[in-house]
Structure formats: structure tokens, C-alpha cells
Design a protein around this ligand. Sequence first.
Ligand code: SF4
Length: 490
Amino acid sequence: MLVETAPAAPETIRVNALHALNYCQRLYYLEEVEELYTQDAAVFAGRRLHVELEKNEGDEWHQLVLESADLGLRGKVDALRTRNGQTIPCEHKRRRCYRDQNNKSQAWQSDRIQVLAYACLIEAELGITVPEGRIRYHADNVLVHVPLDEKARQDVRDSIHQARQLRLSPERPPVTSNERLCVRCSLAPVCLPEETRLAQGKADQAVRLFPEDDERQVIHVTEAGTRVGKSGEQFKITKRDGATTTIPSRQVGQMILHGYAQISTQAMYFCADQEVGLHFVSAGGRYLGSFDTRQGSIQRRIRQYRALTDPNLCLQLARQLVTCRGQSQRKFLMRGQRSAEVANEALEQTIEQMQRTLKQVPQADSLASLLGLEGNLAALYFGALPHLISENIAAELGFSGRNRRPPKDCFNAMLSFGYAMLLKDVMNAILAVGLEPTLGFYHQPRTQAPPLALDLMEIFRVPLVDMPVMASVSAMTFVTRSAGGRPTSC
Ligand code: SF4
């Protein structure tokens, strides 16, 4: 017997998603289709504003969660007020209002659609007439009235239709042509609008190649027997002797457990929920792994798979990677050469040899030959690195060549620990954007370290590890010389 089933009703669209759509189509797509969310200082400040208002306005503040299948919308109306017998949804925004050509206060289009969508939702679900929505812009203390007329209703319907169409698209919309929107956008560190415009030749120079500082802390739990738990909205860290520290989750970006520290299941769930990266490092400083919550859309991984199963693209990316790392190594040596009081012939020769090797990289026709060139560059670089270290350095801080697994001296131990921390940070970024860490383009899966993380960390080894290690050793040399002593351990 054939049983006919009614087609499933399309999923309703969140009102906040319509706000994102009217801000930037790409923002809507990243959040709603690829499920990428980030929380920057502005997001937290917006939440704090709502909490404060809720606290101050007490009985005046009503919230309502509504969903209308007919309209295709759902959302939580933050503040619902009754004025002269009429129900009015209100929105609160930290920013200034929009000023039109006549300097008249207006709502921004994304805010307008948001408050109108709430008004339509209330009408549809409560069966009452809503004359308008209101938006209070706190930066300039302006209240904007947004009438709910026929045009406004049509604008909301058009937005819902556009949101549904965009959900079906397999491709991300392009970055917005209005660069000012990107400056305020919380997803800019993931969307990379300036880098995209630069790559497309639409900008001569990227204004900001690095995302803004993430002010959240990276917590290292290093003492054996320390337990990480959850208490309300905070992480609770308890040492063996019972000493306890609590840290609000919004202040934590990553939690790193070294050696034999413990974490409860509840705290792990909390990390996943609050998007706090959770990583494990051995007592000896080796990166062990990360808690992978598999967040994010499968579409991104499918695109990654499509791209990185193309051998030509992999070879092209790998050439750029080897060039980038080799150039940063060579530039570091050149910097040391410039600051040296006496010309160092051996160093000069190495720099020239590296240049000759780097010229061969674009012609490499296989990953195997690239590995050979990369090996040559690394041997030249690490062979020359001792030339940058002061002769007055304490013997135990000296460097005579790279060794690892395990590192045999202080300098190599510092390098290995730095690379382990870098690997952890790169893994954190890969997991945060929902890519597949085991699918890279250059490194092959030989160790437990994921190939994509190994690939990407190459770019950062010199600036984020080698240079700070060298600077630390030089500083230690300076301090011990000034104090007339020598370090006894590292
Ligand atoms: S950074 Fe710019 S292009 Fe990217 S989502 Fe945000 S507003 Fe849109």
C-alpha cells in the first residue's frame, strides 16, 4: 500500500537571522547555513545592555518566544510594551541611529526589518494589531518609531523569501561591497573580507590582515591533580590542596590541560557550549590532541575535500607554503646579519644558498621534491642559527643544531614546546572554523599530529616561536651578565 505523506513544512527563519541577512548576505549565510558564530566584544556588550535594561525595568520588561509556521518566522521578542492599550515590540541598540540626507533619525535597514519581523510575528500568533515597532539607539539616545504598514509587511515577506532561497545555495555570497559593514562585523575574523578583496584584486592593500585581539584568556592548567569543573556560568579550578579559582566562561578562550590535570564531563560540555577550545598537552610539553565538537556545516568540509583532493592545487599550495617558511627563515637570518657588529661570512653564504634553493621551489613538480627542498632549507637555517646567538651565552642555553623527540638541550626544548603550543593554537583555529584537520595539502599523516594543522603552522614557526625563543635567550644572557651570574637551570 502506498502511503502519501504531506511534504514537511519548511523550517522557520529566526528573526535574528533576518537581521543578519539585511546587514550582509554573506553574514547570514556564514551563520545560518555554515553555522559559524563568533562572539566579539560588541556581542558581549549588547548582551550586557539587555541584562541591565531587564534589571532596571523590572515589571515593564516582558519577553515572549513565538513561532509562526504560516509566516515562516520564529524569535524571542526581547521587550514587549503596552502603550495606550496597544502592544509594541521594542529593540535596544548600543550604536547610533542612521541619519538620512536631511539629518533625520532613522532605523538602520537591518534593525528596521528585525523589529518589523517581531511585529508581524506578534500579529500572526497573538491575533492582535501591532501599529509599529520602536528602536532605542543608546549611543545618541534616540527613539525611532517604525510603522508597520503594507510596505513594511511586504519587506518582511521578501526578506523571509530571500533567506529561504539563500539557504538552498551551495555557494557563499561574495563579501559586501560596503567595507564599513565589515569593520563592525563579528564574523570578520572568519569571513576574511579584506584578504578576499586583496586576493580578487579589488583592493591594493588589506587594511587589517590580522583579526582583532581576542581578549579572552588562554588558561593553562599545569599542576598534576588539579581538577577543572563547572559552577554556574564559571569554570572552577581546584588544586590538590583544595585552593580554588573561578573564572567566568566569557573570559576564557582556551583551556589547556597539561600532564595529569583532570576535567569533568560537565566542564567538557560547558567548553563545547561556550565555544572554549579544550586541548591536551603531555607533562613533557607534547601536544596530544583537542576536544573536537564537530561544529559547523558539512558544506565547508565538502569544499575542503573537493579542493584538497586536487593534486595540482595541493602542489601549488605546498610550493607557496615552502616558499613562505623558507623566506621567513632567511629574513630572520638576514636580520641577525644586519645587526651583527662584524660581518659573518658563513652566515652570508648560507643566506645566499637559501636564496638559490628558494628559486627552485616554484619549479618543484612533486610533493616529494618539495620535501627535499624544504629539508635543505631547514638544514641551512638551523645550521646558521647559532651565528645569531651571542658568544657570551651561558653554555646550557647554547644551540648547536636542531634535535627533538625528545629535545636534548634547553634551546631545543624551548623550540619544541613553542611548536607544540603553536600546533595547539592552529588546531584551535581549524576546529573553530569547522575544517577537517586530518585533510591537508602537504604533510602526510605520519604522526598523531593532523596534517592540515602541520601545514598551516609552517607559516608561523619563525615569527611565533623561533624569534621569541631567540629573544628570550638573548634577554637571559643580558640579565645574567648584568647580574654577574649564570642561569642554573631552564
Ligand atoms: S565581514 Fe563583511 S563581508 Fe564578511 S560577513 Fe561580515 S559584513 Fe559580510
